[in-house]
Design a protein around this ligand. Structure first.
Ligand code: NDP
Length: 295
């Protein structure tokens, strides 16, 4: 066995910010890394660090038994993987698709892969590019357990915590969309708050330390409310939804008095008012989960 054949290897398709971070982490870990991107020229820095450039996706996937795909969504990954020449070159090899999309697309991709003799794992990256290759990286994976175990040693180069969520191929995407829901609604709240604060003469940097204080309240509430949601109990003893709705109305009034769109908060207040109208005014705000879930 030559030195070259003993070295673990991987192919990375997609060299946006995240794909470049993944390829860089593989290189740092001593994994032989072949790279390809639809638009040429994104691989210069990686090549300088030792990556092997491929001139086509079929050439790229033929270079390793494991291909990691990280492009904008599954329309993009399908466009790359479902080319006849690429599918043929992937036969008998493994694809780990770390592109973000909805669970149904992951299931569809897995069915397609099975029909072409391609081994398939799906995954989601929950942390930003600087975390990749460090202890802070968080990756969720789903699909065949034995496939996950087989490729775990190479994927470990990406650092951090990897959680295999089970054999249901759509599960990583299901976690991903739910967690993106948390992230983007929180970010929308923050951007709105900064606009509202500015209208009141408060600079973003003045508000930020106090906003961090609000954010720090959330982790224990997430744990507490999760137990409530699974149990179907929504105690509002310390903060009933009637009180919560009143504070939401303050935000709506203040924002609109400055001509700031309060549409998001209006929707949230409306949900709280519907819970009250259904006779749950003494429950906590998280009763809204039941309303949205249609139970
Ligand atoms: P983007 O989401 O912008 O994806 C860019 C990549 O997608 C490029 O390689 C681009 O190629 C490729 N691409 C887009 N359309 C096509 C297509 N039709 N055919 C082939 N390739 C295509 O940037 P990121 O790299 O940051 O993200 C990649 C994935 O990682 C996304 O699903 C994202 O949600 C996820 N992610 C990203 C994080 C981040 O912090 N950046 C954090 C967690 C997850 P080209 O250069 O040719 O345009």
């Amino acid at each position: 066995m030559t030195e070259h054949s003993r070295q673990p290897s991987v192919t990375v398709l997609g060299l946006g910010p995240m794909g470049r971070a993944l390829a860089g982490a593989f290189l740092d870990a001593g994994v032989r890394t072949t790279v390809w991107n639809r638009t040429p020229g994104r691989d210069a820095e990686l090549i300088a660090r030792g990556a092997v450039p491929a001139s086509s996706p079929q050439e790229a996937v033929a270079a390793a038994s494991l291909t990691v795909v990280c492009v904008v969504n599954y329309d993009a990954s399908d466009a790359v993987l479902r080319e006849d020449a690429v599918a043929a070159a992937l036969k008998g090899r493994t694809v780990v698709n770390l592109s973000a999309d909805v669970p149904g697309r992951a299931r569809d991709a897995a069915d397609w892969a099975a029909g072409h003799g391609i081994r398939y794992l799906d995954g989601a990256i929950m942390t930003p590019t600087p975390s990749i290759g460090t202890d802070d990286a968080v990756l969720l994976l789903s699909g065949p357990e034995e496939l996950y175990r087989e490729h775990r040693p190479v994927l470990a180069a990406l650092g951090g915590t990897h959680t295999h969520l089970g054999e249901d191929i759509g599960r990583a995407a299901a976690y991903d969309i739910a967690l993106l829901d948390v992230f983007w609604t929180a970010m929308a709240g923050y951007t709105h708050a900064l606009a509202l604060a500015r209208a009141e003469g408060v600079a973003a940097t003045e508000l930020a330390p106090f906003a961090q204080g609000i954010a720090a309240i959330l982790p224990p509430l997430f744990t507490e409310f999760a137990a409530d949601a699974d149990a179907g109990t929504y105690s509002g003893e310390l903060n009933p939804v009637t009180s919560a709705a009143s504070t939401m109305a303050h935000v709506v009034h203040a924002a609109e008095s400055h001509g700031i769109d309060a549409g998001v908060m209006r929707v949230i207040e409306g949900q709280a008012r519907r819970v009250i109208a259904l006779g749950h005014g003494t429950d906590g705000f998280t009763r809204v989960t039941e309303l949205l879930a249609g139970r």
